[in-house]
Structures are given as structure tokens and as C-alpha cells.
Ligand binder design. Structure first.
Ligand SMILES: [Zn+2]
Length: 754
């Protein structure tokens, strides 16, 4: 009898109160032979909820855990093997790319690990470009790397690779001008104009809109940009066939002129109306020949022309315990237009900068179905919200300079017997396993749910392969391929032993977003609670041989109820706490398209004590010392009045200062004489020449470097307006309308022992 693996060690959740590991939660390692494990796809790119795949659907049903994959396919990588080869070796039957998990029957034949067909090794593949030797096909880079990129030959394109095309669409209504956002956008474009991904063919164009649509003729030879106004918003047409989208290199001066003058052009505007729908139709017309990226900046509810929306939010219902209304779109205009865009390789990114309700549930569809992204800056204002401005500036820099792929498709293949039935993320599903991605960006995550259609008997392992075909900003057709191999098991205990609690939580979050929209928020909340009850019941009744009192979980799922409780209290799903409808919808968008690492911080923020940082256990990153304080449980019990605590919630970082905080921290880190001097809206750590200041800034800086977006820092003291937001993340504590962690465990235990 083999020993119980650590993952299956039985934990009584009601007794053990210190379940959080000191550092980050690491993903489980699939139980594979050493040589396969070493070569497997990195979990930051490709991850499964169950690292041991059940042999049959009935076994999966018994485990009561969701089976699915989480992907971050276009992630920035420090190392990426690129293969240039005139023949790309793929299975003749299922078109799988040759990969590290195929079997070579002999030198000349390989067996596909997805459909099991035997294929011939082409002559060219016999030569190994890395070792420059002949006759060693198993040493080719394609079979030595789970992640790699091919330069695609001409048969992978339907038309010549399109140039990078960027169209900026700006709301210039009175409300928009009043926020002052135009300055930031134009300044950021001016600063980064040479860093936009692309080559000598890159094109750019601009549209502004209020009650009419304004185009800009930027033709070479003009002494200044020429504004062309289309006021018939019922029937949008392009005022001139060309010179609205111009070559960036050739027309750079005119573009810069326009960017310098735009912020002042509408300074005295009396226009309050905002025809977003017609502006988007114009953008679609302008880009439909080439495809490209549309960046839309919007500051209010669209009020004029097609796609106009009405305020549906009832502010009195924000805290209602009853079901939340209006989570689904009010009109299909934005979805339909997004699908038209998708068909022409146009993606739309939406930047929403508003202080009022904007119906993000409707507007968001324009990005969701065109593979764009949504950015949201509530209460944006140049003077009144400097932290929001800094965040917008940093996000724009990343947005404008990060790499981008055009007219992409992604296909996810799995070994015979497995089948994908639901996709999560921003894209359009063109056929059962083909996602249409007019743009692909390096910050987008995807998830899929799978079922087992045919029993995986006699299989030792199964594989999953994601292939992303795209046009690079330099006009190259490329294919990025990720392959992951996982073992197949036929016992419930083995399934549990391989459970990846973070992947499960993130997949459940995506499923719950769908459920909130198609059924109701309360249904979604019940489904999440039931997921933890059902799986722990299954573990208790089918895996445990000795029954004992308490709430028992395998060690690998010991954080499951905690994460589910955190999800129930997350902005997307919480009840009882006042939540603006757009805030809730935005949280749902994020849960659906952010990669796992950032979703986990949104669900369960990391809390650290930072008034006593030391170099003990610190990381050394490029000659900087980064302190590594231990992670604390999210409970007010862990705060102490004489300390300072940092909470990393993904897109926001809070620094809470205790009333009796160590004076040393106040002077050496915050540069303030005492607690009373802590400003109510402090968002910056001063650069002080003290060891404490350096340590704290090194730690915050390092946290920020871990993600592609810029989290705002809020220094919090008792009187701070954001104190409530900070405390709402203390998910282990009881609130007026929500259970404490301990109460939640008791509730689950009751259901499990029924
Ligand atoms: Zn095959």
C-alpha cells in the first residue's frame, strides 16, 4: 500500500485555522514521469482544473469538480523558441502540431497523441537545425518545447498579412471635455507614437464625436489636419475615400499636430449629446477593408442615434438582497456590431471614464464579441481624481506599447474522447473549437469547460494543444503553439489528489458570471456554494475510509471553501453591500477575461504586514533586495493598531495605517510626523533616503511589476473614504449581511453531513 500523498492528507477545516501558505499558492504538478514533466507546458500559460484526468464522465460526475482549462496563450515570455521551417509537421488526420508528447515508433513514423494516427516523418524533419545533425527527429525543437512559435508559410493566410492599423475614437461631448481625459490620451499617444507596434506600413486614424461624427483628413501635403463633419448620423458614410487612415511614418507631423490641438479644440463645447453608436458604425466602415484595432474612449451613456441607451440602474437597489436586475444587455446593437467587426478582423477596446451609470452590460458587448478589452475608470476627473489619472496614464502606456497580433484564430484541441463544450473570454466562437480573435493581446486570458465523451480506457495520458495563428505587427504570419500533457486516472482519490484549487475557483467564477446573466445572481451564488458542498461530500463519502467528525477536506482543497466565500463577497457576486451596477458588471468582465494570477488577487487579495520589513528571506532581483513578508489571513483580527498592512487586491493596493502605528514607519516611510498628519487621499510613497522607505518601495514596486496593469495605491487610515473598500476585502469576518468564514464552514459542514 502506497503512502497517502500530501495532496490527500485529511484536514479538518473547523480545527485548523492557519491554512494559508506563507507565500504564493503553487499549482499542483501533474503526476507524470520525470522526463515528460520536465518538458510540460508552463502552468502560467496552460492549466487544468484537474491535473489528473478522470477516465470516464461518470467518474468525473462523482467527483463533483468542474473539468476545464485556463489559458494565457499570448503572455509575454522571456524565452520563446521560434521555428522557421518550410514544412510544419502536423497530424494528417486531426491537424495537431507535432509536439513533445508524440511517440516515435521508429525514425520515420510518429504517432499523434491526440487522435493516435500514425504519421510519416517528412524528410526535412530528419535534419536538426539546433544540433546541425541528421537522423534525430526526436531532438527537433518542435519535440523539445511545449511552447514555441512557427513562422507560417503562405498556406496559412487567406490574404497578404495586413499592416497594423489603429483607429482612435474619442467622445468630445461637454461631459467628456469636462473630465479632462483628452489631454492624457493625446499626451500618451504623442509620447508613445514611435513605440506603437508596427512597421513602415502602420496606419493610423482619428474620429471624434458628440451629436455629430468628425473625421480627420491627414493627407500628406496638407498644412494642417482637416476636420470633416458628418451630421447625418442616421446614415453614416465616409466623407472621403482615403486619407482618413494614413501611413503613420509618412504623416507623422500632421498626426502630431492633431494630437497637440485636439484637447483644446472642444474646450468651449456646448454639445451634451453623444452618438456613440453611429461613431462605432463609422469606425467599422473605416476599418472594414483592412481590419485593425479601434480604441474607443467614452464618458457617458450614449444618448443619440442607434445604440442610444437609457439609465436602467435603480440606485435604491444597489444594496438589495433580492436579485440584481439588468446584468444582461438592453439592446443587441453592440453585440451585432461586434460580430460585424469580428468578421472584418476589427477589434474594439472600450475605455469607459465616467462618474455616472453608463450601462456597461450593454456597451461591453462591443469588446466581448470582437476580442477587445474593457477598461473602466469610475469617477474619472483630471483635477478631482489624480490617482485615477495616474492609473489611466500607466494603463495607456502599456496598452499602446504592448505587442499585438492581428486577424488571429485560436484552436484548442484535446485528445480523442475529450470535448470542449463552453468557452469563456472575449472572442467569437466560429466553429466548435475555433475562436475568432480580430486582435490578440498579451494580457488576455481564456477558459474552457470540457466533458469526457468517450471513456479514456487504456490511456496513460491525454494532451491539450492550443494553437494561435496571427499576423504580427511586422506583417509576419505566426503560429504560437502550447501543448500540455496530463495523466489519466481511474479512481476518485487520484482525481482529488490532482485538483488545482485556484484553477477550479477561477473556472467556477467564469461559470457563475454566465449563470448570473442567464439565470440570476442568487442561482449563481447557490451554484458556487453547492460546488464546495458537493465536492467535499463526495470526498467524505467516496474517498475517506475512516469517518471522523468535523469538516474534512483533502489538503489540496483546503482553501476551496475560503475561496468560494471570497467569491461570494467579491464585487461581482456580493449582495447586501451597496454596489453600483457598472462596478459589478466590470468585475464580471474581469473575472471572464483576466488570466488566473490576476483573477485570484481580485478574489482573494494578499495581505502583508509591512511596518517591520526585513531583508530576511528577501528576493534579489537585478541588484535590488525585495522583502518577502508572509501572507496574512483576510481578517481584522490580523491587523494590529501599532502596525501598517499592505493589501494587494490586483488592480488596487491598500496600505492601512494603524492608529498607534510605529512612529518610525510614519517618519521613515511616509515622511509624516504622526498619524493625524496622514492625508485622507494619499496615493504615493515619498522617495525617502531611509532603509525602511527603500524596502517598502521595493516591495510595492515589485508587486506592480508582476502584472501588466498599474494598481493604484491608497493609503488608508480610520477616517479615509476608502476604508470601507479595504475592510470589505476582509472576507473571513462577519458583516451585517454575510457569514464569517467560520460560520460558512459550519454551514457547509451541516450540508456535507446530511
Ligand atoms: Zn492526430
Amino acid at each position: 500500500q502506497s503512502q497517502t500523498p500530501e495532496a490527500l492528507r485529511v484536514v479538518n477545516l473547523l480545527q485548523e485555522r492557519n491554512l494559508l501558505p506563507l507565500g504564493p499558492v503553487t499549482p499542483p504538478t501533474p503526476c507524470l514521469p520525470q522526463d515528460l514533466q520536465k518538458i510540460n507546458c508552463h502552468p502560467e500559460v496552460f492549466r487544468s482544473t484537474l491535473t489528473s484526468i478522470p477516465q470516464t464522465q461518470s467518474l468525473l460526475n462523482k467527483a463533483k469538480l468542474p473539468l476545464g482549462l485556463l489559458l494565457h496563450p499570448f503572455k509575454d515570455l522571456s524565452q520563446l523558441p521560434v521555428v522557421t521551417s518550410s514544412t510544419i509537421v502536423r497530424c494528417r488526420s486531426c491537424r495537431t502540431y507535432i509536439n513533445p508528447f508524440v511517440t516515435f515508433l521508429d525514425q520515420r513514423r510518429w504517432k499523434c497523441n491526440l487522435c493516435y494516427r500514425v504519421n510519416d516523418v517528412p524528410e526535412e524533419f530528419m535534419y536538426n537545425p539546433v544540433s546541425r545533425s541528421y537522423g534525430e527527429p526526436h531532438k527537433r525543437p518542435e519535440v523539445q518545447n511545449a511552447t514555441l512559435e512557427f513562422i507560417a508559410p503562405s498556406e496559412y493566410m487567406l490574404r497578404p498579412p495586413q499592416p497594423a492599423v489603429y483607429l482612435i475614437v474619442l467622445d468630445v461631448s461637454h461631459n467628456a471635455v469636462e473630465t479632462g481625459y483628452l489631454d492624457v490620451v493625446c499626451q500618451s499617444l504623442l509620447e508613445n507614437i514611435n513605440a506603437l507596434p508596427g512597421d513602415s506600413r502602420t496606419k493610423i486614424g482619428f474620429i471624434t464625436f458628440d451629436s455629430t461624427i468628425h473625421f480627420y483628413n491627414l493627407q500628406e501635403g496638407l498644412s494642417q489636419p482637416q476636420m470633416l463633419i458628418v451630421s447625418d448620423i442616421e446614415d453614416i458614410f465616409l466623407p472621403t475615400p482615403d486619407s482618413l487612415l494614413v501611413n503613420l511614418n509618412e504623416c507623422k507631423e500632421l498626426v502630431q499636430d492633431l494630437l497637440r490641438s485636439l484637447p483644446q479644440m472642444f474646450g468651449k463645447t456646448m454639445e451634451t449629446q453623444c452618438a456613440l453608436g453611429p461613431a462605432l458604425q463609422a469606425a467599422f466602415k473605416l476599418l472594414s477593408a483592412t481590419g485593425g484595432r479601434v480604441s474607443v474612449f467614452q464618458t457617458q451613456l450614449p444618448s443619440l442615434g442607434v445604440g442610444a441607451l437609457k439609465s436602467r440602474e435603480d440606485p435604491n437597489q444597489r444594496a438589495s438582497a433580492k436579485d440584481i436586475q439588468h446584468l444582461s444587455p438592453a439592446t443587441d446593437f453592440y453585440k451585432k456590431l461586434a460580430l460585424d467587426c469580428s468578421g472584418q478582423q476589427v477589434a474594439v477596446d472600450l475605455f469607459l471614464l465616467s462618474s455616472q451609470y453608463c450601462d456597461l452590460a450593454s456597451l461591453g458587448c462591443i469588446s466581448r464579441y470582437s476580442a477587445g478589452s474593457v477598461y473602466y475608470y469610475p469617477s474619472y476627473h483630471q483635477q478631482h481624481n489624480p490617482a485615477g489619472v495616474e492609473c489611466f496614464q500607466k494603463d495607456l502606456k502599456r496598452y499602446l506599447t504592448r505587442k499585438i497580433g492581428f486577424e488571429a484564430v485560436m484552436r484548442i484541441r484535446c485528445s480523442k474522447g475529450l470535448s470542449i463544450h463552453t468557452f469563456h473570454g472575449n472572442f467569437f466562437v466560429r466553429s466548435t473549437d475555433l475562436l475568432s480573435l480580430p486582435n490578440v493581446n498579451p494580457d488576455a486570458g481564456f477558459a474552457v469547460q470540457m466533458s469526457i465523451e468517450e471513456n479514456l480506457v487504456d490511456m496513460q495520458s491525454v494532451s491539450f494543444q492550443a494553437a494561435l495563428l496571427y499576423t504580427s505587427s511586422k506583417g509576419e504570419r505566426r503560429i504560437r503553439v502550447h501543448t500540455m500533457c496530463l495523466p489519466v486516472v481511474n479512481s476518485l482519490s487520484d482525481i482529488f489528489a490532482g485538483a488545482d484549487v485556484q484553477a477550479i475557483t477561477c473556472l467556477l467564477a467564469s461559470m457563475a458570471v454566465d449563470r448570473s446573466v442567464t439565470a440570476s445572481l442568487s442561482d449563481a451564488r447557490d451554484a458556487m456554494t453547492n460546488a464546495s458542498i458537493d465536492s467535499l461530500t463526495s470526498f467524505r463519502t467516496s474517498v475517506l475510509t475512516i469517518q471522523q467528525p468535523g469538516l474534512l477536506a483533502p489538503a489540496c482543497l483546503r482553501l476551496f471553501p475560503l475561496y468560494i466565500l471570497a467569491l461570494l463577497k467579491q464585487k461581482a457576486f456580493r449582495t447586501g453591500t451597496s454596489t453600483r451596477l457598472d462596478d459589478r458588471v466590470f468585475a464580471m468582465c474581469q473575472l471572464k477575461y483576466q488570466p488566473l494570477a490576476y483573477v485570484m488577487l481580485m478574489i482573494h487579495p494578499a495581505l502583508y504586514r509591512v511596518d517591520d520589513l526585513t531583508d530576511e528571506g528577501a528576493l534579489n532581483v537585478s541588484e535590488r533586495t525585495i522583502p518577502q513578508p508572509r501572507v496574512q489571513q483576510l481578517s481584522v483580527e490580523k491587523l494590529s493598531r501599532d502596525g501598517a498592512f499592505l493589501m494587494d487586491a490586483g488592480s488596487v493596493i491598500y496600505l492601512w495605517i494603524g492608529r498607534n502605528c510605529n512612529p518610525n514607519f510614519l517618519t521613515q516611510v511616509l515622511g509624516l510626523p504622526n498619524y493625524a498628519a496622514v492625508p485622507l487621499n494619499m496615493n504615493m510613497l515619498p522617495e525617502l533616503d531611509t532603509a525602511e522607505s527603500q524596502r517598502t518601495r521595493a516591495f510595492v514596486g515589485w508587486l506592480r511589476e508582476q502584472r501588466p496593469f498599474f494598481p493604484i495605491l491608497h493609503v488608508i487610515r480610520d477616517e479615509s473614504p476608502l476604508k470601507a473598500s479595504f475592510l470589505q476585502n476582509m472576507i473571513e469576518d462577519r458583516t451585517e449581511s454575510a457569514l464569517s468564514y467560520y460560520e460558512f464552514l459550519l454551514h457547509i459542514q451541516q450540508q456535507v453531513s446530511k
